[in-house]
Design a protein around this ligand. Sequence first.
Ligand SMILES: Cc1ncc(COP(=O)(O)O)c(C=O)c1O
Length: 482
Amino acid sequence: MTVDDPGGRPGRDTAAARPRDRPRSRASQSDLERYAGLFAERTRNMRSSAMRDLMALTQRPEVISLAGGLPDTTLFPAEELAKHLSVVAAEAGARALQYAPTEGLSEVKRAIREVLRAEGDDADPEDVLVTTGGQQVIDLVCKTLVNPGDVVVAEAPTYPGAVPAFAAYEADVVQIAMDADGLRVDALEERLDALGAEGRSPKFIYTIPNFQNPAGVTLSLPRRRRLVEVARERELLILEDNPYGLLRFEGAPLPTLRSLDGGEFVISLGTFSKILSPGLRLGWAVAPRPVLSKMNIGKAASDLNSSSLTQLFVATFFRDGDWRGYVAKQCALYRARRDVMLASLEEHFPPGATWTRPEGGLFLWVTLPDGLDTTDLLAKALSRNVAFVPGRAAYLDGRGGASLRLNFSGVGEDDIREGVRRIGAVVHEQIELLDRLTGRRPAAPAPAEALSPAPDPTLADVLELRRRAPDPRRPQRGSSSP
Ligand SMILES: Cc1ncc(COP(=O)(O)O)c(C=O)c1O
């Protein structure tokens, strides 16, 4: 293909050539074929994040989205934002507009240290890499450690946003069951033994110990201790993803895995996204130095450095503002919203549905009675202007069909009540339909729309969720529902 090949010029996706209802960013099959010969092997495994796809669908103001992972940024006073930004402009305008060292500015590392200390951890600034959100840490850890086919251990379910990163680096992800106390470390050990018998060892164990996304559960102290011991005994790295540790509404704080380990086998991921603002796109990694220096090189290749402007904003806010007060305000708000969501679930969800009761964070995880599929339910829910994340988004192998993730931080109490009511109504309808079809309920003519729900073209187009059944050769101990 030459630059001026009239038959297939890249970038010529004119409105006339594009189906009218397809968003500009979505490539059609014929577009893909046109470029297919150029794609690297790894793109075959790449998949988009169901969460981000959903975000595009739920931008419409009439949709109540319980799908996002959004902190409530309206809580941050506009005057405070303006004040700190003008301090940055006055004190360090030229630096804010300049490149910065890849590892990050020393001022923001001081702020990171304060956050670490608030959780009973600490780090030498030399061991910290400032990143473009926590998401970049997941990407850099994979970039640094994972060859195609390498094993990565994750929780079942896992953070839906990590799924595309694991897929892009062609990791063989082994998901280990959780329960109310978080990752089942006993199941992990069994699985590590089984992998060891095949001569395989994971490159790292990915865990979200506090108010897990999506499950909302927290790793208990005995399990934290045992997990760190397991890593040390077997010389395995842990990636401790901890965006939510400070968003605790009740119960006693627990030590981080990194503080229990001393930093030899734990890479920790932190972020300002949930305690301050995701729009800043600022996070960090603390890692053993040899690993950190490779991650630093990987980061320089990706984006040279994270925004100097937002680094200086955060540093100024931490110096002059009340970041702890802001976190406390968020906790109070989210706690009230969580309680509303729990009460609404009691009111509107059927017997047989179960859900977690998080002590902090942004999410809870609902598991529906057998036979229901939340990917199908989402299509119906969206037609009633309400959204959630279907459970399959949190698995790499097609499991999770009976579950869904609900977010309670991003919308107000009235919308939580109404959103849960609408989802509950859809669930009840689906159960009735299922009962009729299986003869558990006297046959009454089912509404035609319910028997063969019209496929939602937009949803089908954007949600790439696998429907493959779990691989029977892979033993999965325990249930997937935490
Ligand atoms: C568990 C977890 N890790 C990482 C991230 C990425 O966050 P960010 O890139 O905004 O710091 C998120 C965001 O929701 C998350 O929930």
